[in-house]
Write a protein that binds this ligand. Structure first.
Ligand code: PMP
Length: 427
């Protein structure tokens, strides 16, 4: 009663109505896109529902498609060695790790997965987080702060950008894969900061080209920054045995300060990791909020990822097949006159088509050809740079690849001839 009386004595505040979500500009943007799609009869290509495990082939609505929208680069997602190992982990540990590993403890599958990851990179230790996205956010925001500088390739993934933002560090970007430009940025900036972190990706997710690791290392040795390499699309893909960018360039992996990767692609699971020195792992396990205050990786996912890494080691021919498929795709696409940008034909091959609407329309038309490939549109890429992005896997057949490329070229030509392109879908 005292509290009520006190509140009554306070001057009246104007009553503020809660903001309605459907009044927000964000919602109006989403809605405008939907309405335009409906108006011109273009279906939303996103969130397509798959009836089965979607690898090189998928089934949607009871119909089979060649699928170029799965990160299951080495086809391990449905491999019995992976699924059996996951089932055994469920039987033994249940599903959840229940709480942070600090509190709920670890399971042997965590320890063994991290040991396998450290072995892949030939480094002391690895630490797993519950997603690749969270790995970048948690690790970057743990290692740098407001007194520090982060310089990154302009095309790095949104999760790394989120980590930098959360860290409060000064952020500068350098032109894509332009080490000379990085040199210029560092020369003008780096002396005033406590720590300097440079972030690149092994294979770039939107364009399918590769970081110039030797040149970056040369700069690292000159400036003494930390070099962090996101291997999301490189593990299982680059290098003779699929160990990634360092193997591709024949570089000692211990030269790189911070290896980052995700378990959702080649490892056909869910989660992410940082690999590097024991001190780095110790710091992250004790100080990274996304590790300390978030649930431990589900044991079933750790077991699945561990089994996929075993396949990576014991069956390097999968990586070889992936490489052959990527090369074939790129070669066919070029012969068909498609614009594959700067892709080198590893895991990711974009086909640039111009504006966002055309990319959406092309993706939808390809469904009629039995091909599933997703558009990447503004704002994920600048307007005018919209594309279909083809993820190649080791299980695609030559016929699937040739058919996908031929259909893409034919349908794109049809759209161009009809001059289908009303500008951006993004209002
Ligand atoms: N880094 C890169 C380069 C990525 O492409 C992605 C996701 N595609 C991530 C990090 C985040 O990984 P995840 O989806 O496993 O959270």
């Amino acid at each position: 009663r005292n509290r009520a009386a006190r509140l009554n004595r306070q001057p009246q505040q104007p009553v503020r109505q809660p903001l309605r979500f459907d009044a927000l500009p964000e919602y109006q943007r989403v809605n405008a896109q939907r309405k335009i799609g409906e108006l011109i009869g273009v279906d939303n290509p996103f969130y397509r529902s798959h009836d089965i495990a979607a690898g090189a082939t998928t089934v949607m609505g009871g119909r089979e498609f060649a699928n170029f929208a799965s990160y299951d680069y080495l086809g391990t997602n449905t491999d019995p060695k992976v699924t059996e190992s996951a089932k055994a982990a469920i039987d033994r540990f249940g599903i959840s790790a229940s709480a942070s590993r600090l509190v709920a403890g670890e399971r042997p599958v965590h320890v063994s997965l991290e040991a396998k990851l450290a072995q892949v990179y030939g480094v002391d230790a690895a630490v797993c987080f519950v997603s690749g996205y969270l790995t970048n956010v948690a690790a970057i925001s743990c290692l740098v702060g407001p007194q520090d500088l982060v310089v990154h390739d302009e095309f790095i993934h949104n999760s790394a950008l989120a980590g930098i933002k959360q860290s409060g560090a000064t952020r500068r970007l350098f032109r894509h894969n332009d080490v000379e430009n990085l040199d210029t940025v560092l020369r003008t900036l780096s002396s005033d900061f406590r720590r300097v972190l440079v972030i690149v990706e092994g294979v770039y997710s939107m364009d399918g080209d590769i970081a110039d690791l030797p040149a970056l290392l040369e700069l690292r040795n000159r400036y003494g920054f930390w070099l962090m390499v996101d291997e999301a699309h490189a593990l299982g893909v680059l290098g003779r045995t699929g160990r990634g960018t360092f193997e591709h360039f024949d570089i000692d992996p211990r030269e790189i300060d911070i290896w980052m990767g995700t378990l959702s692609k080649t490892s056909s699971s869910c989660g992410g990791y940082i690999a590097g020195s024991q001190a780095l792992a110790d710091i992250l396990k004790a100080e990274a909020g996304g590790f300390v205050y978030s649930v431990g990786l589900a044991p079933v996912l750790a077991a699945a990822a561990g089994a996929a890494l075993d396949i990576l080691r014991s069956e390097p021919e999968r990586t070889e097949r992936l490489r052959r498929n990527g090369t074939l795709f790129l070669q066919c696409a070029r012969e068909a006159g498609l614009d594959t940008g700067i892709s080198l034909g590893f895991s990711v091959v974009p086909v640039l088509v111009g504006d966002s609407l055309r990319a959406v329309q092309l993706s939808n038309e390809l469904l009629e050809e039995g091909v599933n490939a997703l558009p990447i549109i503004h704002p994920a890429v600048p307007e005018g740079m919209a594309r279909l992005r083809f993820f190649i896997t080791c299980n695609h057949t030559e016929e699937q690849i040739r058919h996908a490329v031929a259909s893409t070229a034919r349908r794109l030509k049809g759209l161009q001839d009809r001059n289908f392109g009303l500008g951006s879908l993004d209002m």
